[in-house]
Each structure stands twice: as structure tokens, then as C-alpha cells.
Design a protein around this ligand. Sequence first.
Ligand SMILES: Nc1ncnc2c1ncn2[C@@H]1O[C@H](COP(=O)(O)OP(=O)(O)OP(=O)(O)O)[C@@H](O)[C@H]1O
Length: 244
Amino acid sequence: MPPIAPETATPKSAALEIDGLIAGYGQTRILEGVGLTVPAGGRLAVLGRNGVGKTTLMATLVGQTTRHAGTIRLGGRDITGLDSARRAAAGLGYVPQTRDVFRMLTVEENLITGLKGGPRDRIETAYALFPRLKERRRNGAGNLSGGEQQMLSVARALLGEPAVLLLDEPLEGLAPVICDQLMEALTGLSMTVILVEQQIDRALEFCRDLVILDRGRVVHSGPAAAARDDHALLERHLGVALMA
Ligand SMILES: Nc1ncnc2c1ncn2[C@@H]1O[C@H](COP(=O)(O)OP(=O)(O)OP(=O)(O)O)[C@@H](O)[C@H]1O
């Protein structure tokens, strides 16, 4: 296999365009023709009830499922044929629902693995974003709290300087005050973000646009601000109504 060429001049953010995506696990199809576009620097919330295919969409974007049809373009470049490592090198960052940390390594060692050959002093940017990680730099990642592990998982992804960041339920299981800290850190970022989140109010506040998935298809897309006030829409597709 040829070596993975470092991407020269990876843009700070890039558009992501998905067209006609049919994918799943082996012959089992979960996504039934998903299409969506996020402009460079845009933020898209992906919402939907349990089991509709949100995680499968994220995993498909990073090349971890079986794709049957459709295309994925990053910054105008067709990345559909690239494997996971090359998609990451092309600028896709992924924070999976499972929190992507090496439990046997220290916090700092985890961060070093996120550098992907970039300069070591870049780690200070992660510590500036999450000061708690600096305090715990010599601790084993397996001993961190859930919130600290999530910060570490996000920080690792950010150190790769992705043009598009995919976040799968980053707030799951975290105390409200930790959710506040994490969302505040994410708010300052400039790259394109796709956010899967069950905390609908926070997702709609953070993102400019949203799509709602149901049974592997996009059943609604539009501005997040309008959806916040559309109680009928949220109740129909998500079974919830936000407090005024
Ligand atoms: N590895 C797998 N192999 C086979 N089927 C899977 C696999 N992972 C998920 N599925 C199935 O794919 C469907 C969609 O699951 P997915 O995790 O993408 O949904 P989701 O919208 O992210 O749900 P949740 O909100 O509960 O996380 C479900 O029916 C699930 O059982």
C-alpha cells in the first residue's frame, strides 16, 4: 500500500456534500439514500429518534460501514473511494460515541497520538481549550471521569486540525455543567461541524442548520432557529417539544 501523503495546506474548514448515500452493515441497508450539504464553516445538527441511522451516517462518512451507493465530497474533492485513514488525512475528524481514547496511555500520550506528525507544541492549544486536561496530563486516560474522557477525545480529534469535525453524541452521560464547558469550547471553533446529539435544545442552539433522519432517510432539513419554534415538527419527528 502506498504511504499516506500528508495533505499540504489542509484548509481550516471545508464544505461536505453527501449525495444518494446508501449504506449499512454487509447486506443490511440502514441509510436509504441520504443527501445533505454543509458549507465550509457551517454547523449541521443531525437529529432523529433512536436507531434511525445517525451513528451509521457518521461511521459511513469516515469509511467504517459498507457503502452500496452514493458520493461524499470534502472541499469539492470526491473522497468516496478513500479508506478511513486517507479520509482522515484529507481533513475528516471523528469523535465517535464510544469516546476515542487509549485507556492505558496518559492524557498527554493520548494527545500525542492525535498530532499525526504535527509539531509537539500544538498540544498546548488542546490544553488552552481544556485546562482540565493539562492538570491531568500525567494521569492514565482510563482513570478520567466521563467528561474528561470526552474532552480528551475531542482534543485528540482537534489536534489533527480537521477541516470537518464529526461529533457523535458528545454530551451523552455528562453532567450539565460539563456539557456547558464542552459546548463553550466547541463554540469557538472555526471548522465545519456535523453534530449528532440527543440534547436537542443544545444542538439547535449550536448549529445553524439541521436535518432530521427517520428510517435511514432525511425527512426534514432547514434552519435550526426555525425548528426551535416549530413544536409540531419536533414532536412529529422526535417525540419532544422544547420548553419556551
Ligand atoms: N454493527 C452493526 N451491525 C448491524 N446493524 C447495526 C450495527 N450497528 C447498528 N446497527 C443497526 O443499524 C440501525 C441504526 O443504528 P444507529 O446506531 O446508526 O442509529 P442511531 O440513530 O445512531 O441510534 P441512537 O440514537 O440510539 O444512537 C439500528 O437498527 C441498529 O441496530
